[in-house]
Design a protein around this ligand. Structure first.
Ligand code: PGA
Ligand code: ZN
Length: 421
């Protein structure tokens, strides 16, 4: 038995940043090294994501308990994995997928599988006495990611005050990660003041820490942010840019994009986004079209794909088959990477590699329901993904990741500066 042989796997139910139960897994190796991981959870989930197994028992946590997923780890996954080397990630993940046996991980739950998958990699890194980013990087050249920082939240993250889900800051002029973070804090604060001066609530925040004011329109959100850029001493379009997560799946009904005051076809909605790109310094748009509107996506990519980063989140769902279809059809030019959309580390790494090979930019992302787990920070550095989307610069579950990146920065000098599409 070697020192990194898996000796024990334990799972428990803990809580995430919305106070919902989630799965935590702890893996212990024969030599004493331990690894722990907690699984995040989305609110604006896409229908092509792997299945998050919830108990559905209304008497506990309004049906959101995860005791079944926890039991699946303890009773099915743990006995199968004990005795394997924690470092054999590919084999561990292959076994997890086989034991589940469904295409969307609905039998044992992607939350059960991912908890085990990530706890194993943490344990394997600990057994080698390496920081996770170092262990995960292998022969790759690590690099700190550029953060995409949530400023104003709408959609399902802030009680549908606005149709669009996230208005984000892209610190395009930052030369280091810590400089990007400092700029983000300056912009966030100046936006808070700007909102207050215009009579809006600038204190209450959404699930990812962005402000959640009751603005009149999406345009008004952008106007407020541009003012905040200037007030923070930045020049919009030069050293500061906007990113949007439209999350349009969530207002797409019967083939139409339904905004507060109008109902648009994919063509009309594309025109609207094009006008916005002409009018405002928008460098990145996520989920501009709905998850199954492939024709709309093609149209949007043809119109804007050479000017703007177009990220597929609900569209690709970190799923290799959906990404393969998209890259053949040449839709989007970037892919959001969320570990729990697919359910194992190996599959996630493989989607990142496929994206790179096809010339797509990977953006590593947190979920709206998060915890103190910092795995994605190390993942972004190890894969030199280039960008990370964690949420805003307030709320502990967000800061856990930013602070981990600050720690890693002391050892990894490289930083992925913004590159125009
Ligand atoms: P979610 O939001 O975690 O609620 O899905 C994040 C996103 O849409 O990017
Ligand atoms: Zn999204």
């Amino acid at each position: 038995m070697s020192h990194d042989t898996i000796a024990r796997i334990h799972a428990r139910e803990v809580l995430d940043s919305r106070g919902n139960p989630t799965v935590e897994v702890r893996v212990q190796c024969a030599g004493g090294a331990c690894g722990r991981a907690i699984v995040p959870s989305g609110a604006s989930t896409g229908k092509h994501e792997a299945c998050e197994l919830r108990d559905g028992d209304p008497k506990r946590y309004a049906g959101k308990g995860v005791t079944k997923a926890v039991a699946n780890v303890r009773e099915i996954l743990a006995p199968a994995l004990v005795g394997m080397p924690a470092s054999d990630q590919a084999e561990i993940d292959r076994l997890l997928v086989t034991l589940d046996g469904t295409p969307n991980k609905s039998r044992l739950g992607a939350n059960a599988l991912l908890g085990v998958s990530l706890a194993c990699v943490h344990a394997a890194a600990a057994a080698r006495k390496l920081p996770l980013w170092h262990y995960l990087a292998g022969n790759r050249e690590p690099s700190l990611p550029l953060p995409m920082v949530n400023l104003i939240s709408g959609g399902l993250h802030a009680g549908r005050n606005l149709e669009f889900q996230d208005f984000l800051f892209l610190p395009v002029a930052a030369r280091t990660f810590s400089e990007a973070l400092e700029l983000s804090v300056a912009v966030y604060r100046s936006l808070g003041e700007t909102l207050r001066q215009h009579g809006f609530e600038g204190i209450l925040v959404g699930d990812e820490g962005g402000y959640g004011p009751r603005l009149e329109s999406n345009d008004q959100a952008i106007e407020m942010i541009l003012r905040a850029f200037e007030k923070a001493g930045l020049t919009p379009g030069k050293d500061s840019a906007l990113a949007l997560d439209v999350a349009s799946t969530h207002f797409y009904e019967g083939g139409r994009y339904t905004l507060r005051d109008r109902v648009l076809t994919a063509e009309e909605f594309t025109e609207l986004l094009c006008r916005w790109v002409d009018q405002y310094p928008i460098a990145s748009i996520e989920d501009g079209m709905a998850e199954d509107d492939w024709a709309g996506w093609k149209l949007l990519t043809d119109k804007l794909g050479r000017r703007v980063q177009l990220i597929g989140d609900d569209l690709f769902a970190t799923n290799p088959e959906r990404f393969a279809r998209g890259s053949v059809d040449k839709v989007a030019n970037s892919i959001l990477i969320k570990l729990n959309q697919i359910g194992t580390l190996t599959e996630t790494l493989s989607v990142i590699d496929k994206a790179r090979a096809a010339g797509y930019r990977p953006v590593i992302s947190a979920r709206s329901g998060e915890t103190e787990d910092t795995t994605i920070a190390d993942l972004a550095v190890a894969t030199a993904a280039g960008q990370i989307k964690i949420g805003s610069i307030v709320r502990g579950e967000r800061l856990a990741k930013y602070n981990q990146l600050l720690r890693i920065e002391e050892q990894v000098p490289a930083f992925s500066r913004w590159q125009r599409v």
